[in-house]
Design a binder for this molecule. Structure first.
Ligand code: ATP
Ligand code: MG
Length: 819
């Protein structure tokens, strides 16, 4: 019964309302329902319901009434299991009986008199049970905020005014800023007692001019001077108090217990946590998080309802905060743009800490994306970091941990921009907000690394031979060893991912390295949607009929915005370019190929995909055809029965001359690669790309184009159904948690097992897969268009949902292993 209410069918499979989870097909649904999460939540719900049926809601008692008094009174109706009085106001209580009958008896009595007090007794409200996650709570607050923002935005006359209004409504109010300053002072005073000459420095959004009222308070506890103080005290024969200090405070200083020069960051943080917990009034929920990339002590300050972090190794963050402050002072358009884009990104669930740390863009990375865009307008609104360096004077030179962090301290040192563009459309220009969306709507994230230092996109190929994988354990280890000297710069390489934004100062750090392919994809898709909307009249003109216009529609929460024109679900699977996963040999090969790297990679992916269909999933290859690149004469190479008649989606690569996909594109080459042949790749592989791609912007489109290979496959068994269970049985060892698609031999075994044990499907599924290379004006990826069979469509839908997840993972595994 519950199951009927809990599970709903969706275009992509099923959704479990209870667990707030999507599953792609019936077998996965069966597994989900039998799984631990679903069973636990069902049990919790059943217990809650039973409690509700045994409870009454009571009001009308005096504020000082106690649990014991209420228990005593209600015991006349039957044994009382629990009495809960609301803590804040003390005006109502839930009385829970041990038996349902007692509740009925209590409710049937018309008048309740407790020591002369007339009580009101009602059935307890039955609340629908749903998994409450932090994310949903955040979303609710956001919705409420938007509801309050809407009337103010509606009153504005232009989008410019709306953007100013967003700043006013969101920014950290002056009194709140002052209150934060006082808290920092308080913390400073306490820490000075324990760590003489230490400094507590705020950084991040509280002080970078982009803070909002709910932003956290990021603090850096600088112990450099304290270390010197301690070292001096140790070497001195004089008593410490006389050597340095005016008040003799070091006598009982904590410094006698800990040696700052040898203590590990974890030890120091534990100490910081203890001091915060014990000595700073009003601070609670203190917790040292030592396993993060940047270890911190988290705390909450009750009076301001403020969450804060203290780190001890974050000098670079203090400096990059100064950089953001400078940029803000350089051009008045930056703040409204950043506030608007941060809010838009939050609404679309692309950035911010809505659901706790997730694979979302953080606000720092998003702000850097805005600055990078402004460095690339014509003329530029903001200078590059290299240009800023040259505008600084000698006293402003600054090197932190070996990174050059020099820039002028005051905006006055920087000539104003010649760019006069408005934030919103005027006099024929699209306006900076719309231009931001169109800039990133077509940006090739996979093919480029964003450098604010140089103010341009650097081709990813120039990082390939240095790229390295950073497994979790190594990251944690690095975090713990933060104090150790860093490697020389030229040995460090950014962790490449689906979106690469180099920190402006720590050049080996990709600030968006945490982002998943999916989040990057959502970011780009939302930019495309926003760009389209910014061209519409609803964006540009205030509605005379009071309808939402301008930013109001732009801020529509994720999933509530305008739908795609064509609501049909297309069967396509995307395999993104993930350079960091590739083996070194291949990375070097791609680097040598320069602009032609995409084609080589495409051929490898096609070959891996064929392996997955043929060897892992035991599909039978019917035919293989390949249409010639659209730019080539005559489509001559199209074989009979090809997929040329397949429609092409708007997302697919336009292989016209500006596609940017260079390299050997003969149909035969992709076919040979797909069939696993060792056919020699042509010119670009031979080192045609001898010039360094780092010296110039990525070249846009030249050379031959790839064809469009198409395979016809036949699947005779439901190899997708019950795979997880079979895998578990085959692995046996409970400690072995290899995820699906991470081991070829195991997956082959799983398929063999299913083929052997299960009967074949009634109608063999004959389907086509067409591969297209996408890149340059979009993120580099292989887009597989799947053409369903004419018979057995229902069955095939399950297979497709399985492929959507399994195929990219398996291809990644094979590519990674260099198979
Ligand atoms: P908010 O707290 O409103 O989300 P924020 O800018 O304070 O925004 P945090 O995640 O709290 O963002 O980070 C605080 C500061 O730490 C940033 O402003 C930046 O100076 C630094 N920082 C954050 N993330 C990174 C990163 N990935 N690389 C380098 N510095 C970072
Ligand atoms: Mg912050």
């Amino acid at each position: 019964m519950d199951l009927e209410v809990d599970i709903i069918t969706t275009p992509k499979g099923f959704h479990c309302n209870l667990c707030n989870t999507n599953v792609p097909n019936k077998p996965s649904l069966d597994e989900h329902v039998k799984g631990r999460k679903h069973r636990t939540l069902s049990t919790v719900r059943a217990t809650r319901r039973a409690q509700e049926e045994r409870s009454v809601f009571v009001s009308g008692f005096p504020k000082d009434a106690s649990q014991a008094q209420l228990t005593q009174y209600f015991q006349q109706f039957g044994p009382v299991a629990e009495v809960i009085i609301d803590k804040d106001k003390g005006v109502y209580a839930i009385v829970q009986f041990s038996e349902v009958d007692s509740q009925l008896t209590a409710l049937s009595q018309l008048v309740h008199d407790m020591g002369g007090m007339r009580l009101r007794v009602k059935p307890r409200e039955k609340k629908g049970f749903k998994l409450v996650d932090k994310k949903n709570t955040g979303v609710k607050n956001q919705e409420e905020f938007l509801e309050r923002l809407k009337p103010a935005l509606g009153q504005a006359e232009t989008v410019n005014e709306q953007m100013q209004c967003v700043v006013e409504r969101l920014q950290l109010a002056e009194n709140k800023r002052k209150a934060r300053e006082l808290l920092v002072q308080l913390i400073q005073e306490v820490f000075t007692e324990f760590f003489p000459e230490s400094q507590v420095l705020p950084f991040g959004s509280s002080v970078n001019t982009f803070g909002i009222h709910s932003c956290d308070l990021d603090l850096f506890l600088d112990l450099e001077n304290t270390k010197t103080f301690q070292a001096r005290a140790k070497t001195s024969t004089e008593p410490v108090a006389e050597t340095s200090s005016d008040d003799g405070r070091s006598e009982d200083s904590i410094l006698s217990d800990i040696d700052l020069s040898t203590a590990s960051p974890a030890e120091l943080l534990e100490l910081v946590a203890t001091i915060l917990r014990k000595c700073v009034p009003g601070v609670h929920k203190v917790q040292a998080v030592t396993s993060a990339r940047l270890p911190v002590v988290k705390f909450h300050y009750r009076a301001l309802d403020l969450h804060g972090d203290i780190s001890i190794n974050n000098r670079l963050a203090v400096r990059n905060t100064r950089f953001l402050q400078l940029c803000s002072g350089l051009d008045a358009r930056l703040r409204p743009l950043v506030y608007t884009i941060r809010y838009w990104a939050r609404q679309k669930e692309l950035a911010g800490n809505v659901g706790g740390p997730g694979p979302l863009l953080n606000n720092y990375a998003l702000t850097l994306l805005v600055i990078f865009f402004l460095q690339n307008t014509d003329p530029p609104v903001l200078p590059t970091v290299d240009q800023l360096k040259h505008m600084a004077c000698e006293e402003e030179e600054c090197v932190i941990e070996g990174w050059d962090c020099t820039f002028p301290s005051q905006p006055i040192a920087v000539p104003p921009s010649k760019n006069q563009q408005d934030l919103c459309k005027c006099l024929g220009s699209s306006g900076l907000l719309a231009a931001f969306f169109s800039f990133y709507a077509t940006f090739d994230f996979a093919g480029n690394v964003i450098s604010l230092r140089e103010g341009r996109a650097l081709p990813v190929t120039s990082f390939l031979s240095q790229a390295r994988k950073v497994p979790q354990e190594e990251e944690e280890k690095n975090a713990m060893e933060e104090e150790q000297p860093r490697k020389p710069h030229n040995q460090q390489a950014p962790k490449l991912g689906s979106l690469n934004v180099l920190d402006p100062f720590e050049l080996s750090h990709n600030v968006a390295g945490n982002l998943s392919e999916r989040s990057q994809h959502s970011f780009q898709r939302e930019c495309q949607e926003a760009e389209k909307y910014c061209r519409s009249l609803q964006y540009l003109r205030k509605s005379t009929k009071g309808k939402p216009w301008g930013l109001v529609r732009l801020f529509a929460p994720h999933g509530q915005g305008p739908k795609k024109l064509d609501g049909s679900v297309e069967m396509s699977i995307s395999i993104p370019f993930k350079p960091a996963l590739l083996p070194e040999v291949l990375r070097n090969q791609l680097q040598l190929a320069g602009d032609g790297f995409r084609l080589i990679w495409f051929q490898k992916v096609c070959a891996a995909m064929v392996q997955v269909f043929q060897n892992v999933l035991k599909c039978r290859l019917g035919s293989f055809t390949e249409s010639a690149p659209s730019g080539d004469a005559g489509h001559a190479a199209v074989a009979p029965g090809s997929c040329e008649s397949m429609e092409t989606s708007s997302e697919e690569l336009n292989t016209s001359s500006d596609s940017g996909i260079a390299g050997p594109g003969s149909p035969q080459s992709a076919a040979a690669a797909a069939a696993g042949s060792k056919r020699r790749l042509s010119s670009s592989e031979d080192g045609d790309a001898s010039s360094s791609p780092q010296d110039k912007k990525p070249r846009l489109g030249s050379g031959p184009k790839p064809g469009t290979p198409c395979w016809t496959w036949t699947q005779t068994h439901a190899v997708w159904a019950g795979r997880r269970k079979v895998r578990r049985e085959l692995i046996k060892d409970a400690a072995d948690t290899r995820p699906e698609g991470s081991n070829m031999a195991l997956e082959v075994q799983v398929t063999d097992h299913i083929v052997e044990k299960e009967p074949p499907v009634k109608v063999p599924l004959v389907f086509k897969v067409q591969a297209k290379l996408v890149g340059n004006t979009q993120s580099t990826k292989v887009l597989l268009k799947v053409h369903p069979p004419s018979e057995g469509k229902e069955h095939f839908r399950d297979f497709f949902h399985f492929l959507e997840v399994f195929l990219p993972k398996m291809v990644d595994t094979l590519m990674e292993k260099g198979v």
